[in-house]
Design a protein around this ligand. Structure first.
Ligand SMILES: CCCCCCCCCCCCCC(=O)SCCNC(=O)CCNC(=O)[C@H](O)C(C)(C)COP(=O)(O)OP(=O)(O)OC[C@H]1O[C@@H](n2cnc3c(N)ncnc32)[C@H](O)[C@@H]1OP(=O)(O)O
Length: 214
């Protein structure tokens, strides 16, 4: 019999080898009291590029040679749109994108939703469906949107289509992002990078902007 989920009660978790598999803490379905997301009044205008939140980010950093170089734009609602071109560096199977890279592209697009609500949040949970193989040189058309907000919990989803923005669905994800303060990064990041980021006035301005405009 395979592993089983038991509502998060550690006493009820199933042992797999030497590891205990713990259950997800909540579902990715917003609870009944969750609120509709609000587009922040100072969110980028529809079509406006969102820009990188950090130069060295694997997902969007322009200074990151190994990154995905994803460029997101604001959507009309609480959503963002982005394109990601799969290169030979992104292969898993010969000529096909690695699933982890595609999950990263979805995660990064979902992360850009922070700019639409002026909230800093990080991925708590990401559930991905891989529906079609994505060949090298394909442009993946990504669209992420916030579905609901419940306190610090942000329920969101993303899709990745091939052959055009209305093309067939290749990947999709449901996710739970959790709102955090800037201290999340300061307290947990490596000193060297944190110091460099804090010395960059643009970086500090970008992060603090979310805290003074709740
Ligand atoms: C200076 C630089 C600024 C740069 C800013 C830009 C950043 C953008 C980056 C974007 C890059 C792209 C994006 C990336 O790649 S972000 C990078 C990948 N993600 C992370 O590294 C996050 C790691 N995890 C954590 O740090 C903590 O676990 C967090 C902060 C998430 C929560 O720990 P915290 O102690 O704070 O809160 P809590 O534990 O009381 O939980 C609160 C509530 O949430 C619920 N919950 C929690 N987890 C889960 C789960 N897995 N499933 C279901 N539910 C979950 C929990 O039950 C509770 O619910 P309730 O009891 O209230 O009902």
């Amino acid at each position: 019999m395979g592993p089983a989920w038991h509502g998060g009660d550690p006493a009820l978790c199933t042992a797999v080898g030497s590891a205990l598999v713990t259950a997800p803490k909540t579902s990715l379905t917003p609870p009944p009291g969750a609120l509709a997301p609000q587009r922040h009044p100072e969110a980028p205008a529809p079509g406006e590029p969102i820009g990188s939140h950090y130069d060295q980010c694997f997902g969007c950093g322009t200074g990151q040679p190994h990154g995905l170089h994803l460029q997101a734009r604001a959507g009309e609602g609480v959503n963002v749109i982005a394109e990601f071109t799969v290169t030979p560096d992104h292969q898993g199977a010969p000529g096909l994108a690695h699933g982890g890279v595609l999950a990263s592209a979805l995660d990064e697009t979902l992360g850009a939703l922070n700019w639409m609500m002026h909230v800093i949040s990080v991925t708590g949970r990401l559930e991905t469906d891989f529906l079609r193989p994505v060949p090298v040189e394909t442009v993946l058309h990504l669209d992420a949107q916030v579905r609901a907000v419940d306190g610090r919990k942000i329920y969101c989803s993303a899709t990745g289509r091939i052959g055009g923005p209305d093309g067939p669905l290749a990947v999709r994800a449901d996710a739970l992002f959790i709102e955090v303060k800037v201290e999340h990064f300061i307290d947990n990041g490596r000193d060297e990078e944190i110091r460099a980021a804090m010395e960059d006035p643009d970086q500090v301005r970008r992060a603090r902007a979310f805290e003074v405009n709740p």
